[in-house]
Design a protein around this ligand. Structure first.
Ligand SMILES: [Zn+2]
Length: 389
């Protein structure tokens, strides 16, 4: 079963609706280390199917319990693997929005997969390291307490589970260390290749290696009994390589591309003040700040109707989108620019400005225009451009 831990999806941004996009068809099952853990709906029929198959095969209902328990234990390992990545990323100030468990593995939506080769390497290795620890622990357990012979039902379950977990964790470890995107091994390879700079080139090479591996897997699938699984993995790797290569073109941190020269408003400024500011320059949306603290964002789209509706004397704070109600898109300077670009492009409420916040203060903005400038400059240069004005 392929584990999709490497496929850290883009970080979703808080939008006007007050909720944050999550992997669709999933629901929340709890929190771990302050991070929401979600379960994909397809998980339930999938577990039921496994349990039922085990029951039918063994002709014994306890086999179903056994199969379900083994599966849940396996996914606990997958989840811990993800948290290996997440907690390492947290050490570098990279936030994770949530983790979703799918039948194919776990997907952690992180702001970035690491902003330096060293960070990327450590974050990528932290997941597989968790599987090493679990495998070592279960091996120790099996060595100290060999599986009870002849035990029935629950004894059998207890005896079998460590063996199963040992095998599963070794499999998870090896599979994730394949040097191909979106597996962790692909990120390890890129981190090592980009150690001395040129991340775009490193990504191209890593993506190429991934594609070669995909071809090898597909070829092996032709001669193997379990060919279907190999074909599935080949397609998975091929798509991952392409996605990573495409992302590399804008692959940089928000800090490198944010607008740092911008005007802010006070919550008690009036809409007339805001209009004067908007008319004087090209800035459309204005952060609303009081004593250095970000309270909200006044959007041009809201300003004009509000001028007509409640009049020019209205306070900005009555018209702004509030941070406290999650109506403002916010990222840290270390977020990946690609994920911000996608958030703006796929926004359903016409969001054109995302605020860059560090230690509670606005340090920059990413707007549709600044993004356009940055992409044009990067295209001309052949690599991610430097800061935009
Ligand atoms: Zn992983």
């Amino acid at each position: 079963m392929p584990e999709q831990a490497g496929a850290h999806s883009p970080f979703a941004l808080a939008t006007r609706a007050g909720h944050v996009d999550s992997v669709s068809w999933s629901f929340r099952i709890g929190r771990l280390f302050g991070i929401q853990v979600r379960l994909h709906l397809t998980f339930l029929p999938w577990i039921a199917f496994w349990a039922y198959s085990a029951w039918k095969e063994a002709g014994d209902p306890t086999a179903a319990v056994h199969a379900a328990a083994a599966l849940l234990a396996l996914f606990a390992c997958v989840l811990l693997h993800e948290f290996g990545h997440i907690l390492m990323a947290r050490r570098f100030g990279i936030r994770t929005h949530d983790v979703t468990l799918l039948p194919i593995g776990g997907v952690a939506r992180m702001e970035s997969t690491g902003n330096t080769p060293r960070q990327e390497l450590l974050i990528a290795l932290a997941g597989p390291a968790v599987n090493v620890v679990i495998a070592a622990f279960t091996a120790l357990l099996l060595w100290r307490f060999p599986a009870p012979a002849g035990g029935l039902d629950l004894d059998g379950l207890q005896g079998d589970l460590p063996t199963f977990l040992l095998a599963a964790n070794i499999y998870l470890l090896l599979f994730n260390l394949l040097p191909a995107f979106p597996m962790d091994g692909g990120r390890v390879l890129r981190a090592v290749l980009s150690w001395r700079g040129d991340r775009a080139r490193a990504t191209r090479i890593a993506a190429f290696v991934g594609r070669v591996m995909a071809v090898l897997f597909a070829a092996a699938g032709l001669f193997q009994h379990a060919g279907n699984l190999l074909f599935f993995i080949a397609i998975f790797i091929w798509i991952g390589a392409g996605r990573e290569a495409a992302a590399a073109r804008v692959d940089t941190v928000v800090r490198a591309a944010m607008v740092t020269g911008f005007a802010v408003l006070d919550p008690f400024d009036t809409l007339a003040d805001a209009l004067r500011l908007a008319s004087a320059g090209t800035q459309r949306d204005f952060p609303v700040v009081a004593r250095g603290e970000l309270l909200g964002l006044l959007r041009y789209e809201d300003l004009i109707p509000a001028l007509r509706g409640s009049g020019p004397g209205t306070a900005v704070r009555d018209t702004m989108r509030a941070v406290s109600r999650s109506e403002v898109g916010i990222v840290s300077p270390n977020a990946s620019l690609g994920s911000v670009a996608r958030a703006i492009q796929t926004s359903t409420d016409g969001m054109t400005t995302i605020l860059v916040v560090e230690d509670g203060r606005v340090v920059g903005m990413v707007t549709t225009e600044s993004l356009g400038k940055f992409l044009a400059a990067s295209d001309a240069l052949g690599h991610p451009a430097g800061p935009v004005a």
